[in-house]
Design a protein around this ligand. Structure first.
Ligand SMILES: *[C@@H]1O[C@H](CO)[C@@H](O)[C@H](O)[C@H]1NC(C)=O
Length: 287
């Protein structure tokens, strides 16, 4: 009964008449896209999302009625686990967006006092197979610097965040930047990180083997209520210079042995020589 009521309420919103706001956004395959309602719910509204006239998400302010994707519509599981609905605002996030997710996302916010509607036209652009999600690999010798360059054009509104594994290590917001805001990061990288504000690239100087691992750059671009998040990943491997530690140990042992033998031989010779001299001075010829 409640669903029928909601259905009757939202029916007029399926058309495009009386739309308050329309936005267009162009994103890349694989990006995460957040469509913001720009409302703070007061627990009274019903917020409904449609994709090309199919209901894909719904939330009522008091959280009594929530659904996403297949829960909203049996038989449609276009998005599988890729939809996230913000319970506070009703904003919708589509993770790992696909080419086939291109289309119209309509939002209806229904409340006792007023109703509003929005349309987000989302175009998802192909990414060439060669560039798709590929993790860049970097390998340098311990002590050498390594630069992780995302190879993107940075716009002033972008927020760039660098992570080492899951730890935040650096952040660029507009012309502000922060490197290592927590103790753990400071201890690990101690003045060895440099950021390029123009390109967002990260340089690790005086590298150590413990710097090896995965580095991820998260780029958040936001314009007119749509936040697009894309990720760039780097796998960094810092190798020990020249010989491995084991090799070094081995060489040292061999050198020590040689040194000991040389010393031993030298002292033996000296003793023999001394003995000879003694015999001569004693006037006794050695046998
Ligand atoms: C959704 O609608 C757009 C046009 O607005 C169309 O190009 C697209 O193919 C539609 N997608 C699906 C899956 O129906």
């Amino acid at each position: 009964m409640k669903n029928l009521f909601i259905f009757l309420m939202i029916l007029p919103y399926c058309g495009s008449s009386g739309v308050k706001d329309e936005k267009s956004v162009s994103v890349k395959e694989g990006d995460s896209v957040t469509l913001n309602t720009e409302v703070k719910t007061n627990q009274q509204e019903v917020i409904v999302w449609f994709f090309n006239n199919t209901r894909i998400a719904q939330i009522s302010g008091d959280l009594s009625d929530i659904c996403t994707d297949v829960e909203c519509n049996e038989g449609t599981e276009r998005f599988r686990d890729r939809l996230k609905l913000d319970h506070q605002t009703g904003s919708l996030t589509i993770r790992d967006i696909k080419n086939t997710d291109s289309g119209e996302y309509r939002l209806a916010i229904l409340s006792h006092s007023s109703d509003s509607k929005m349309i987000f036209r989302v175009a998802v652009n192909d990414v060439p197979a060669a560039q798709r999600d590929e993790m860049k690999t970097k390998s340098v010798v311990e002590g050498e610097p390594v630069t992780l360059d995302p190879g993107v054009t940075k716009t002033p509104n972008d927020v760039m965040t660098w992570y080492f594994s899951d730890t935040l290590i650096a952040e660029i917001t507009g012309d502000q930047s922060k490197i290592c805001s927590d103790v753990q990061c400071k201890e690990r990288f101690r003045d060895r990180l440099e950021l390029d504000h123009q390109t967002g690239s990260l340089t690790i100087t005086n590298t150590r083997t413990t710097d090896s691992g995965d580095y991820t750059l998260q780029i958040n671009s936001s314009s007119s209520g749509v936040v697009v998040t894309s990720l760039k990943s780097f796998s960094v491997s810092i190798t020990v210079s020249g010989l491995s530690a084991g090799g070094k140990g081995g060489i040292c042992a061999v050198l020590l042995l040689i040194a000991a033998s040389v010393c031993g031989f030298y002292f033996y010779k000296r003793r023999v020589k001394r003995k000879g001299e003694d015999y001569i001075s004693d006037g006794i010829f050695p046998l």
